[in-house]
Design a protein around this ligand. Structure first.
Ligand SMILES: [Fe+2]
Length: 391
C-alpha cells in the first residue's frame, strides 16, 4: 500500500520512485512495488495522451439501446485508458459544490478537533489521517467515511443489526452541518455508482444486472483529501498506485494535480472539468472483467499556489462475496483466481495500520488467517475477546 505507519498520529509518506532511475516509473499495485519502462521515440507504443470523455446524462434512459450506446463508449475507454470523464452525471451540481465547500471548512478546523476523529479511534479505520513527507512537512490529510449501516442515512441500503459497532466518526460538535451535507451528496453519488455498475456490465457484454449481486451491500468509501500548498518539485502526495476496488468516482476541485500513467511510462494530466467525475476502474473490476478493464496507475500532487481538495467515492464489492471473472467472460481461460474480499480487506487494513489499537488487540488474540474476516470490525471487542480470548 502507499504508506509506512508509525505509532504517531501522522503517517509518513514513502517515496517509491527511485530518483536515480529515470528509465523506469515505479508504482504500487496489489501490495507490490512494480515498475514500467519509460518508452520514447521508436520504442513508444500506441497509447493515450489525454483522458477521454463520456457523456453519462442518459444513463437512466428507459431505452436500453441508449444505455447500451453509452456502455459501448465506456467499454472503449476502459480498454484503452482505464480513466474517463463522466460528463453531466446524475448528481446535482449544487450538492457536489456544497460538499466541496464543507470539506474545505472541515480540513481548516483546529488540528486538535480533527485529531479527535483520528482513524485509530475507529475499528474500521474511518476518520481523519494526516500525512507528512519524510522531513516532517505536512503534505496531505484525508478524512474517510464509508459503509456503516448504523448510520440511519444508509438505511436505504441496509440496517445494521443490534450491537453493531459504528465505524464512521463525525465532527458533530464543531461542524454539525458537515454530516448532513456530506450525506446529501453521498446518497446521490451512491445511486449514480449503482447505475454505473450496470453500465459497466453492459460494457462487458453482460446483462445489465449481472454484476449487481457482487455489489449488493458494497464496501463503498469516501476518502476526501486536502493537499496544502506544496513545492512543485516535491514527490506526489498520493504515490503512484492502481485502485484496488471496483471503480472510483472522483470529484475534484478546480485546481488539478491528478496524473494517469500511460503504456509508455508517461504521466498524462487529468485536469478538472465542469460538472464531471473522473471515473477509473480498480483491481476488482479488472478481475470481474477477466482482465478486459485493467486498473490504471495514477498519482496526485498538491499545487504550489493554492490548496487542493478532492472527493473520491469508491464503489467496492460486498465483503461477503468472492470476486472472480464473470463466468460469461471466461471464454479463453481465466486470468485471475477468485479473491476473498473480506479477508483481503481486513489484511489490507492491518498491514496499513499495524499499530492501530484494534488490530493490535486482534493480533494479541492470535487469530488465524481463517478467523480474520472483515465482519470483525463491526463487532464489539469484548465479544471478539469472549469468542477467541481463551485459545
Ligand atoms: Fe487512487
Amino acid at each position: 500500500m502507499s504508506t509506512t505507519t508509525t505509532a504517531a498520529p501522522i503517517t509518513v509518506l514513502t517515496n517509491i520512485q527511485d530518483p536515480e532511475d529515470t528509465k523506469n516509473v515505479y508504482y504500487q499495485s496489489g501490495g507490490y512495488r512494480l515498475s514500467r519502462p519509460v518508452l520514447e521515440g521508436a520504442n513508444a507504443k500506441r497509447t493515450f495522451d489525454s483522458i477521454p470523455t463520456v457523456d453519462v446524462s442518459n444513463i437512466f434512459s428507459p431505452d436500453l439501446e441508449v444505455r447500451k450506446a453509452i456502455a459501448a463508449e465506456v467499454a472503449k475507454v476502459c480498454e484503452e485508458v482505464g480513466f474517463f470523464y463522466a460528463a453531466n452525471p446524475p448528481v446535482s451540481k449544487d450538492k457536489m459544490e456544497a460538499a466541496m465547500e464543507i470539506i474545505k471548512t472541515f480540513f481548516r478546523l483546529p488540528q486538535e478537533e480533527l485529531l479527535k476523529l483520528h482513524v485509530d479511534n475507529s475499528q474500521g479505520v474511518k476518520g481523519y489521517l494526516p500525512f507528512a513527507f519524510r522531513d516532517g512537512r505536512r503534505c496531505r490529510a484525508s478524512y474517510s467515511l464509508g459503509r456503516d449501516y448504523t448510520n440511519p442515512e444508509q438505511h436505504f441500503v441496509q440496517k445494521a443489526s443490534e450491537g453493531t459497532v459504528p465505524l464512521n466518526q463525525w465532527p458533530d460538535e464543531v461542524l454539525p452541518e458537515f454530516r448532513t451535507i456530506i450525506y446529501e451528496y453521498y446518497q446521490e453519488v451512491f445511486v449514480f455508482a449503482r447505475k454505473m455498475l450496470q453500465i459497466f456490465a453492459l460494457a462487458l457484454g453482460l446483462d445489465e444486472t449481472d454484476l449487481d449481486d457482487t455489489f449488493r451491500f458494497p464496501l463503498n468509501d469516501i476518502t476526501m483529501q486536502y493537499y496544502p500548498v506544496q513545492d512543485p518539485n516535491e514527490q506526489s502526495s498520493i504515490v503512484p498506485h492502481a485502485d484496488y476496488g471496483g471503480f472510483t468516482l472522483l470529484y475534484q476541485d478546480n485546481v488539478g494535480g491528478l496524473e494517469v500513467l500511460n503504456a509508455n511510462g508517461a504521466w498524462v494530466p487529468a485536469p478538472p472539468r465542469e460538472h464531471s467525475y473522473v471515473v477509473n476502474t480498480g483491481s476488482y473490476m479488472e478481475v470481474l472483467s477477466n482482465g478486459r478493464f485493467p486498473a490504471t496507475v495514477h498519482r496526485a500532487f498538491g499545487n504550489p499556489r493554492v490548496d487542493r481538495f478532492s472527493l473520491p467515492f469508491f464503489y467496492n464489492p460486498d465483503p461477503n462475496v468472492m470476486v472472480a471473472p464473470h463466468p460469461k467472460l471466461v471464454t479463453e481461460g481465466q486470468a485471475f483466481q477468485p479473491q476473498d474480499v473480506s479477508r483481503r480487506q481486513i489484511k489490507g487494513l492491518m498491514t496499513n495500520r499495524p499499530h492501530h489499537p484494534f488490530f493490535a488487540k486482534l493480533r494479541a488474540l492470535g487469530l488465524t488467517d481463517e478467523e480474520l474476516t472483515f465482519d470483525l470490525v463491526t463487532k464489539p471487542l469484548a465479544e471478539i475477546e469472549a469468542q477467541y480470548g481463551k485459545k
